[in-house]
Ligand binder design. Sequence first.
Ligand code: BG6
Length: 510
Amino acid sequence: MATDFPALQRFAASELFLQADKLEPCILVIFGAAGDLTRRKLLPALYNLVREQALDERFAVIGYSRSPKSNDHYRQVLRDSLEAYSRSQPIDDSVWQAFSRRIAYVEGNFEDPEGYIALRQQLEEFEREIGSEGNRLFYFATPPSAAPVILHRLSEAGLIESGGSEIPWTRVIMEKPYGHDLESATDLNRIVGEVLQEDQVYRIDHYLGKETVQNILVARLGNTIFEPLWNRKYIDHIQITAAEAIGVEGRGRFYEQTGVLRDMVQSHLLQVLSLCAMEPPVSFAADDIRDKRLEVLRSLRQFSNQEVFDHVVFGQYRGYRDEDNVASESKTPTYAAIKCYIDNWRWQGVPFFLRVGKHLKQRVTEISVVFRPVPLCLFGRDDVCEDLEPNVLTIRIQPDEGMALKITSKKPGDEMEVGSVEMDFSYSETYAHPIKDAYERLLLDAIKGDATLFARRDEVEFAWRFVTPILHSWEAATKKQPVFYAEGSEGPVEAENLMDRYSRQWRGIN
Ligand code: BG6
């Protein structure tokens, strides 16, 4: 396993990392180094951090995977993926050349102790060369089932000796789905807890790293006008939509085992819901925020078997069963609409409608907070009063990041006519800075030791406590089929019915 370490020393003196003195040095080891996530997200995120001089100069990456590859071959694979997936283009060759000298590849499978010996040698070599002071960040870009064996092998190889907070530190980032139901997630947490302390574990949910998801709390708690209204007295209901235009994109095998509930609802949607509904924390420290998110998850009303089918619509796009590695009779849902309740003082009786799916009309992720109507229409004529629409605050998470507030205003003219108008703020029009990818923020936070935007052990379990009965009811109902919807549509009509029963409507997916 030849590496070109002298080049690393030369590079350490280069100017690329000069602004990064706030961060500690470390070596990042990626398990699943040849996989999709590494190529599409992790490497582009790291490249952009290096390009923006956001990392300490004593930083290196080791990819660990089972296929035989030389360092050069691996670097070429990564370079190709940057061309395809980096948010900044064209790729700056001088940045890449310098960065790529700090990337090494170690061949090994997850079970094989030999691979971990080679990994240890590579880590120690890097540590000597660049002086990273023994700080190690392991990224499990692997299926959840691989985590226990990797953890045990790392521990046996003496690679997890330090804690998460002292120096040198060892931290582990774990990808979702974290388990596949409550029982397996609890088991996984127990196994993880045998090897790691909680402050070493960073359970990633990339939605928490999105700029506009972080804006939810800023909008609520940074403006006097919203928080006093943020409760059952003034809010009629809240809609959270995560619509994707793409399908399963060649991930049929993975998707057959997850489906939309495990893939999107248990993690991303419930985290967004928690941020919308949580109480103000006493500070922005990681555990203060996570405590408040947790309270929401604990207050989510659980459905009985019969309630599941009154509150959840399971959809599947037409054509899903023809995807590669998808069963011809598959009933895996690619779409879900859920009406749920948070049983606490603030939200009693306010429905939260969640809607998420693949192959819908547009890619739109947004939250709409629909306020109650005014108590009395004072504008006389019935037809004027009929035009009064409730206020809606929309927080657009992607792709057109921003916020809009729908308000009622008088139309110009001698007659008393009213209409709805929208005050709109768009990130791209207001700020010159491009919005960073969530993985950039999350990788930096893990290196800094800030776990605020990562899910804690109890959050993951309570999210599964809500989702598991839904999954079990669906999986046990062998005779029920998902409702089918056309690709490019706004989803199945049954989702409209879920709202109709409450005399409300979904916002259009536009
Ligand atoms: C991932 C899911 O976690 O999130 C994918 O596994 C989904 O199925 C993706 O496409 C959506 O993320 P984003 O950032 O594109 O909204």
